[in-house]
Design a protein around this ligand. Sequence first.
Ligand SMILES: *[C@@H]1O[C@H](CO)[C@@H](O)[C@H](O)[C@H]1NC(C)=O
Ligand SMILES: *[C@@H]1O[C@H](CO)[C@@H](O)[C@H](O)[C@H]1NC(C)=O
Ligand SMILES: *[C@@H]1O[C@H](CO)[C@@H](O)[C@H](O)[C@H]1NC(C)=O
Ligand SMILES: *[C@@H]1O[C@H](CO)[C@@H](O)[C@H](O)[C@H]1NC(C)=O
Ligand SMILES: *[C@@H]1O[C@H](CO)[C@@H](O)[C@H](O)[C@H]1NC(C)=O
Ligand SMILES: *[C@@H]1O[C@H](CO)[C@@H](O)[C@H](O)[C@H]1NC(C)=O
Ligand SMILES: *[C@@H]1O[C@H](CO)[C@@H](O)[C@H](O)[C@H]1NC(C)=O
Ligand SMILES: *[C@@H]1O[C@H](CO)[C@@H](O)[C@H](O)[C@H]1NC(C)=O
Ligand SMILES: *[C@@H]1O[C@H](CO)[C@@H](O)[C@H](O)[C@H]1NC(C)=O
Ligand SMILES: *[C@@H]1O[C@H](CO)[C@@H](O)[C@H](O)[C@H]1NC(C)=O
Ligand SMILES: *[C@@H]1O[C@H](CO)[C@@H](O)[C@H](O)[C@H]1NC(C)=O
Ligand SMILES: *[C@@H]1O[C@H](CO)[C@@H](O)[C@H](O)[C@H]1NC(C)=O
Length: 777
Amino acid sequence: MAANYSSVNRNSPYGSGDPYYNSSTGYITPRQPQKKNVSNWIKFGVPIAVLVIAGAVLGGVFGSRASKNASASNAASAATSAIQAKNSIGIYPTGTDGLYMLPLYPATTNTAAFTKPTFISTSNPNLSWPQDPFQPSNPSPTQVRSDRPRLIAPSYKWQALPNLIKNDPYLSSWNQTIFSNASQYMSLPPVPYVLDSGNGILDPARQVKQRVKAFSYVYRMTNDTRWLDRVWIELQNAAGNLTGGWGPNDSTRWNPTHFLDTAELTAAYAIAYDWLYNQWAPDQLAKIRFTMIEYGLSNGAIAYNDANDPLFFGWWRNNTEGNWNCVCNNGLTMGSLAILGDDTTGIAQQLLSMTASNAVQNCALGPSSDGTWSETNDYWYFGSTGHAELSSSLLTATGSTYNLLDVNPGTKLSGLFHMYATGPGSLFNYGDTGPNKYTATANPLLFYGEQYDMPQYQLFQRDQADAADPWSMFWYDPSVAGAFWDGLALDHFFSNSTDQWASMRSSWTDENALFVAAKAGTLQGHETHNDLDCGDFVVDALGTRWFGELGDGNYVAEGYFSNDTQGSERWLYYRKRTEGQNTILVGGANQNVLAAPTANFDSSGTVQGSSTVFDVPSGSTTYFTADLTSAYFNTTSFSRGIRLLNKRQQVLIQDEINASASIMWRAHTNATIALGNNNLTATLTIGSDTLEASLLNPPTGAQFSVMDAVRLSTDPPTPAAWPDQPNPGVMVLVVSLPAGQYTLEILLNPQWPGVSSSSYVQPSSVPLSQWSLTSHP
Ligand SMILES: *[C@@H]1O[C@H](CO)[C@@H](O)[C@H](O)[C@H]1NC(C)=O
Ligand SMILES: *[C@@H]1O[C@H](CO)[C@@H](O)[C@H](O)[C@H]1NC(C)=O
Ligand SMILES: *[C@@H]1O[C@H](CO)[C@@H](O)[C@H](O)[C@H]1NC(C)=O
Ligand SMILES: *[C@@H]1O[C@H](CO)[C@@H](O)[C@H](O)[C@H]1NC(C)=O
Ligand SMILES: *[C@@H]1O[C@H](CO)[C@@H](O)[C@H](O)[C@H]1NC(C)=O
Ligand SMILES: *[C@@H]1O[C@H](CO)[C@@H](O)[C@H](O)[C@H]1NC(C)=O
Ligand SMILES: *[C@@H]1O[C@H](CO)[C@@H](O)[C@H](O)[C@H]1NC(C)=O
Ligand SMILES: *[C@@H]1O[C@H](CO)[C@@H](O)[C@H](O)[C@H]1NC(C)=O
Ligand SMILES: *[C@@H]1O[C@H](CO)[C@@H](O)[C@H](O)[C@H]1NC(C)=O
Ligand SMILES: *[C@@H]1O[C@H](CO)[C@@H](O)[C@H](O)[C@H]1NC(C)=O
Ligand SMILES: *[C@@H]1O[C@H](CO)[C@@H](O)[C@H](O)[C@H]1NC(C)=O
Ligand SMILES: *[C@@H]1O[C@H](CO)[C@@H](O)[C@H](O)[C@H]1NC(C)=O
């Protein structure tokens, strides 16, 4: 009785030539196993010993920052024993899942360790950082500290670090990983000059920076000149001074027309110059300076001076919506701070008089008022890394962050933005996901945690796979204690009109948890990195992503970044079109780029407690609704609601639409799909797990069907040379209806182990206007 979609017209451009199309069954098999499993190669080095803690007293002695001056010596020794006890627990996760690279937490209760996030007050130099002795009373970007290093990791921190590493399991683990990564890089040839997927050299630039960071770190921790020599080779290489050269032999060697590349290479040179300052001979220092000025800073001066900028290197100078201003100003600032005082050309001084204030007016405005990075979730990594490196470098080198951290209150919230965007099936990664990350990590959470007194940011990020990074060794505060999830609300609504999105989950620590994120938001003002995706959602459950995103189109395809007007060629590409999103398509047409949706949200406000095992209380729920009418043509009204049901075990997606053109509900999945019950149910299977989707109270004619994730035959074509990328393994679950007025209710029931079918609820129909926290079971 189950109707497989073999009989559906799959409209495949590959036809029977599609290697994944089985002509006898009609099935398309998923290309890759999508179920996550524990990866053995990235088990953390330090084993967890959750129960050895003799910590009954811990909760009582955790102080807050406010009590840092408590001077009673018994308080100090209690703090010391609290930190020692905390550190004896080791690293919380037992490993990292192989597919999504997220931490796996043990299912355990440990009320002594898993307490509310805090920084413990202590002055024990083995357990916390000393205060920076450099505290200028009147800081200026051109007045640098007298000792080296200046950038991010001053000398007093290097001196304190070995003892901190010995006493902190996270620092200890990261130190080991950085050593082992540096050894891997050592065995590779110098970074080759190759064009990346954007036809620039951003990938090589970030790889050079990544290596210089690791080699310089290991050199300083060992004094072994092999590492110093290797830094020199990478610098020579990027200067074009090794056999074969590296890029054009002129002032554009570092590709200033795509200034990110120039900026990241300048930052790499800055670290090498500054962290290894005392090791370089004077002629080496002179060569590093000369090369950094020739290919980096001089182009920065051109960027800051339109009259000499015919190629418009500096378009990013008044860009407030993106990562560019952060990355570009950061590279120029780190480079200038590194050589200030040695530079006889005056260029470092000149740039420093402009970069910090420019970044305050532009880079720092990247996050919206609610913390959302207005490009996309993935671009947050690039922008925030630039912002944190810039702020941290200015702070250590000159004693101030010059309002970079407080001019925009949204920056503090951007840590929450990243945490809530992270589901057990990875990010809510709508829109473009950007180039390879290399040196762009989520470690700004460590810096922000320290700067904003948000210990939960540090506790969240220290468990992540990308935490092992030289920056973390200096941004992490080893006096942090507790569990980021203890007291953390399960749900959050990001209300700013540019994104308007909701994050909803059943647990912060269960890799199998239910996670739903959904968005409305505007379709312009995202640096042309967005999709036409009002109403889009993702669903994770049972350790996998059931409905997800397709990611980047081809960055070099014709018109891909042309603009975000209705007629832009960008909207010709399937992955960017409305049909490529998990939302409704009307008349087969793209959404209206002038969409101005309104959204509403409510939550029971449920917070997780101390344990990693969280039993959702009955009545705990949340929902997100949005009026998306303005996003559509030929549509009188359209509202979408998404809510969690039955103690966050089920999901209801309800659409109320009245349209004068055809209507198509679409959601993309890696699952294989079997239809049943007269096509009113769809059984999705990934690995050994299943999710049942059903159409409740179906309007006449409504039933599920399945399509390939390919453009519709009615679409205008892409430019001939730029076909859509294939979306291997992805199918679209569809409900097609003629023009008309409908309420569509689609219930998603992940088949949880141990939950009997009678435990699933079937809600009665409630109009969106009457949704409340108690309107559904
Ligand atoms: C710090 O640790 C070192 C060993 O790493 C030890 O010799 C020293 O006594 C410790 N200092 C304090 C104040 O605990
Ligand atoms: C850092 O890790 C390396 C490699 O594992 C190790 O040799 C070194 O002792 C560690 N440093 C400290 C301070 O523990
Ligand atoms: C360090 O190596 C690990 C694997 O050992 C890898 O997952 C990680 O990406 C590397 N980190 C960096 C910054 O290269
Ligand atoms: C490396 O050399 C510096 C300067 O001589 C010294 O202060 C530091 O202790 C040495 N570090 C190691 C790990 O030997
Ligand atoms: C690069 O250019 C410089 C002068 O602009 C020249 O001296 C040098 O020989 C050139 N190198 C190569 C490999 O062509
Ligand atoms: C690379 O070679 C050029 C030409 O000899 C020199 O001016 C420059 O300083 C060198 N750069 C480095 C980093 O050695
Ligand atoms: C700043 O933006 C305006 C338009 O908004 C543009 O005309 C100008 O060229 C930009 N300047 C720079 C340096 O990018
Ligand atoms: C959204 O955030 C921007 C900053 O990016 C701010 O200018 C704007 O006022 C915010 N809008 C609302 C409705 O809060
Ligand atoms: C398919 O699985 C990959 C890997 O987990 C994920 O990144 C992607 O978003 C999934 N695609 C869909 C449409 O769910
Ligand atoms: C937007 O880009 C398209 C090409 O993709 C072009 O035809 C159109 O003129 C552009 N519109 C604006 C306002 O730049
Ligand atoms: C609206 O519907 C009409 C009639 O079906 C169609 O001709 C027109 O192209 C549609 N407009 C858009 C923007 O889809
Ligand atoms: C279910 O869908 C299949 C494929 O589209 C179709 O062949 C079949 O007739 C449908 N069944 C019903 C009862 O409509």
